[in-house]
Design a protein around this ligand. Structure first.
Ligand SMILES: *Cc1c(COP(=O)(O)O)cnc(C)c1O
Length: 406
């Protein structure tokens, strides 16, 4: 009842929340598919899906049904007991990928933390002291725990918190010679996003991936793919590595895996997994039955050729619509990305203006994202109806027109 007595407003954010975010002025209160409504019942078309998370749209009925059913059976048991949804989900994830073994966590950062700790421990177990170098990439993003944010390629996110975890080096993405120059028997892992999301929608090229894989093999280093954003159908294959001829040794998945319910997974081979022996690592909520039951339905729905083919169809519609907007207003220098992880880079004239355009779009009833200062980012639900794509693009076009006129 307190909900009714105490009206909540955006001002409460400034009053009672730690100021690490700057959320929009409106407060969404409900969603359905690719549409969202705010407190004043204004409607928005959602091209964000909560930053590549709500991959089946808001309140997807089979997910609601699963969550309701599981909520009446078993919520939580601890890791002293296993549970059926977790085991079924792990079976499905290993069947769908290169992996034999799964560790469950609750967020992308936690899955990456597990991946990095595993890589370090595996190197120690197999090769002894001193093999601890981690190579990662400028503009990469791996989460906000202190280890993962330090491996991430933006030092402004890791500066100012005291001594950082060590033995971490960064080079430019797609610069194979730079990786080669840094690598040696001391390298324990190379970590990358196969398509950088937060860093601006930058895809790894095939030659680079093949080259890094070969260097990892040469120096007995593990290749870690952070597929937190690219995974679960986002790029048109179940995982993005499945577009390529190579496999990682460890893969992390989160965001879309729970379609809005918090869950993450770290996948690896049976041999590497041995290094996370009893007691080496853990998580209170990892493998929670509610989360795993939802993720099971997500995997069943998305890891399916027809569904993934539709992602590619929708990707083409998105790119075509963005190209048409660009034909009209000439504001993009590049339209890129795979599947429904897309970016439109602003040209010279409009550098630094991505957030302003995002804000104008929100005022006009369209939710979009940015990736850095110069790239508009689009990560809609993978099942977004075509009508909603067209309606959203109309709003984007209007927003750009207004913003250019202002
Ligand atoms: C979002 C993201 C993360 C962090 O995930 P959290 O759930 O916020 O911890 C890590 N890596 C990539 C590639 C991401 O996009």
């Amino acid at each position: 009842m307190t909900n009714n007595v105490m009206a909540v407003t955006r001002k409460d954010f400034d009053n009672v929340m730690v100021p690490n975010y700057a959320p929009a002025a409106m407060i969404p209160v409900r969603g359905q598919g690719s549409r969202v409504w705010d407190q004043a019942d204004n409607e928005y078309i959602d091209f964000t899906a909560g930053i590549a998370v709500s991959c089946l749209g808001h309140c997807y009925p089979p997910l609601v049904a699963t969550l309701q059913q599981q909520s009446q059976k078993l919520w939580h048991v601890s890791n002293l007991l296993t549970n059926e949804p977790a085991l079924r989900l792990a079976r499905k994830l290993t069947k769908a990928t290169f992996a034999d073994k799964v560790f469950f966590a609750n967020s992308g950062a936690e899955a990456n933390e597990a991946a990095l700790k595993l890589a370090r421990r595996y190197a120690l177990d197999k090769f002894g002291d001193g093999k601890d170098q981690i190579i990662a990439f400028n503009k990469g993003f791996h989460g906000r725990t202190f280890f993962t944010v330090t491996v991430g390629g933006q030092s402004s996110y890791s500066d100012g918190f005291g001594p950082k975890p060590g033995a971490i080096d960064h080079v430019d993405f797609n610069d194979l010679a730079a990786v080669e120059a840094l690598m040696s028997d001391k390298t324990c892992a190379v970590m990358m996003e196969p398509l950088q999301g937060e860093g601006g929608i930058n895809a790894a090229n095939q030659q680079f991936l093949i080259g890094v894989r070969a260097l990892c093999d040469k120096y007995n280093a593990l290749l870690i793919f952070d597929e937190v954003q690219t995974g679960v159908g986002r790029t048109g294959t179940f995982y993005a590595y499945q577009h390529t001829d190579i496999k990682p040794d460890i893969l992390t998945s989160a965001k879309g895996l729970g379609a809005g319910f918090p869950i993450a997974a770290m996948l690896t081979t049976g041999n590497i997994a041995k290094s996370l022996s009893v007691g080496t690592h853990g998580s209170t909520y990892g493998g929670n039955p509610l989360a795993c039951s939802v993720a099971e339905v997500v995997v069943d729905t998305i890891n399916n050729d027809d569904f993934l083919a539709q992602v590619k169809v929708k990707s083409a519609i998105f790119k075509e619509a963005l190209t048409q907007i660009n034909n009209q207003y000439a504001i993009f220098s590049d339209i890129r990305g795979d599947g429904l992880l897309l970016g439109a880079e602003l040209n010279e004239q409009y550098q630094g203006q991505a957030i302003a355009i995002m804000n104008q779009a929100a005022q006009d009833g369209l939710l979009i994202l940015v990736a850095g200062a110069n790239v508009l980012r689009f990560t809609p639900a993978l099942n977004i109806p075509e009508d909603d794509i067209h309606a959203g693009m109309k709003k984007l076009s209007q927003a750009i027109e207004k913003w250019l006129a202002a």
